[in-house]
Design a binder for this molecule. Structure first.
Ligand code: FMN
Ligand code: SF4
Length: 430
């Protein structure tokens, strides 16, 4: 099926990561336009009008976030979140590894729009190749006069650095990211104040996801009105979905928001493995509730997915088929949160530990009839009671799995064994 391919349009171009090739394909034209034809405030208005929403998970309107920066003369920062450690999500990775200049162009325009004087890309620790690509591309951008003093003769100056984390999922949470960027342990901060008011080094800071920022040059060159022709009024534009699990063609697919989930899975990702049926879909990365086969017509926009009982999240769409043990799949994902909990607050630190313990027991046929209620009770003591959203994120799949597949949990207890032949950990691409 043909794709709009705006963010991924150059994915087949050899060496698009090199400055000369990027320039030959129209690269940095949007930056020239932004610096020459627009005032910063006009760019902020353009992004507001486009309706672009943050692609890091929460879907917060980007232009509105930029508008929160106080006008108090303090130095402003722009920080790009390239931590991308959510299981099932690998869209930002493709951008930074394959087309880093597209992101850098977006960073310079976004920094100019928000009057930031210094910008950082916080890169996931495991993204060695990605951070090398970014570091090299940033050096090229300096050499070309797109970074540093007096960019393209505009009088605007910006410095951009790449920082590689040490490999912790919690450092994707924006305030933990800032702590880590400042050289401290990556624990989340109490909010408010939000980063717009007191962020990096206490200064006004914009934090946006890689994909969010990569949308900005497209919006500048094609216009906010064009952007709103795709998707819905509240969820306009394009989104990259990372499809993994038991589909014929796993990968990143860029589609207009509000495209039905079934179209993404069947027409783009080639459908489920032959001879299998879809059992459940986790539509927005491992932190969101799963959907069942009768919900495959759900349009992939923020509001419709919420109405269906899940969330768009980061757009990591994990497809589970009918050979997968839902107890095993849930155990594996909750274990991830146990490993990644920073341990700062008790409900998350203890809750993820106990939930993993019970799920492991159930999966291996050692559970008792009381375990399901205990599991639900522990989940209840985690939900809404944690210091940061990681605690709630650990519950998305668990609570929905208990709701939709309770019989399968009960069968594990009754049979003292797993009734399924296969396990998720053999198959999920992560
Ligand atoms: C545990 C946790 C992990 C997160 N990981 C990421 C991440 O890897 N990348 C990201 O952009 N946002 C991540 N977020 C969301 C960020 O806190 C923040 O909302 C986002 O970077 C804002 O950018 P956006 O408005 O462009 O989406 C995470 C949030 C939580 C609670
Ligand atoms: S919810 Fe978990 S990750 Fe967040 S502060 Fe508490 S212990 Fe740390």
């Amino acid at each position: 099926m043909s794709q709009p391919y705006y963010l991924l349009r150059n994915r087949e171009v050899p060496a698009i990561d090199q400055m000369s090739v990027y320039l030959a394909h129209g690269g940095y034209q949007a930056l020239r336009m932004a610096l020459k034809d627009f005032k910063p405030e006009e760019l902020v208005d353009m992004v507001k009008k486009s309706g672009l929403r943050g692609r890091g998970g929460a879907g917060f309107p980007t232009g509105m976030k930029w508008g929160f920066l106080p006008n108090d003369g303090r130095k402003r920062y722009l920080v790009v979140n390239s931590d991308e450690a959510e299981p099932g999500t690998f869209k930002d990775r493709e951008i930074i590894e394959h087309n880093p200049h597209q992101l850098i162009e977006g960073i310079i325009i976004s920094s100019f729009a928000t009057k930031a004087r210094e910008a950082f890309i916080y890169c996931r620790g495991e993204f060695l190749f990605g951070s090398e690509q970014l570091t090299r591309a940033v050096a090229e951008a300096y050499a070309q006069g797109f970074l540093g003093e007096n960019i393209l003769g505009s009088g605007y100056a910006l410095d951009l650095s790449v920082y590689r984390g040490a490999g912790a999922y919690i450092c994707g949470e924006e305030s933990a990211l800032l702590e880590s960027l400042e050289g401290k342990r990556g624990n989340p901060r109490l909010k408010p104040p939000f980063p717009a008011v007191a962020g990096l080094y206490g200064g006004p800071t914009v934090i946006n996801n890689v994909e969010t920022i990569t949308n900005v040059p497209v919006i500048v060159s094609k216009g906010a009105d064009w952007y709103t022709t795709m998707g819905t009024a509240k969820s306009p534009g394009l989104k990259i979905f990372s499809v993994s699990g038991r589909v014929q063609r796993p990968g990143n697919y860029e589609i207009p928001l509000a495209t039905p989930l079934s179209t993404l899975i069947n027409d783009y990702a080639g459908g489920v493995w032959s001879g299998r049926q879809i059992k459940a879909v986790i539509p927005g990365g491992s932190s969101v509730p799963l959907l069942t086969p009768d919900q495959l017509d759900t349009p992939l926009d923020y509001e419709s997915i919420l109405q269906a009982g899940s969330m768009l999240g980061s757009g990591g769409c994990i497809v589970l088929d009918d050979h997968i043990c839902i107890v095993g799949a849930t155990a594996r994902l909750v274990r991830f949160y146990r490993e990644e909990s920073c341990g700062k607050c008790t409900p998350c630190r203890e809750g993820t530990y106990w939930m993993t313990d019970i799920l492991d027991r159930l999966e291996h046929g050692l559970g008792t009839p009381d375990d399901l209620d205990t599991l639900a009770d522990v989940a209840d003591n985690v939900g809404g009671k944690c210091f940061c959203p990681l605690g709630d994120a650990s519950l998305g799949v668990l609570v929905s799995a208990l709701q939709h597949f309770r019989e399968e949990f009960e069968e594990h207890v009754e049979r003292h064994a797993c009734p399924m032949g296969e396990r998720l950990y053999d198959t999920v691409n992560n």
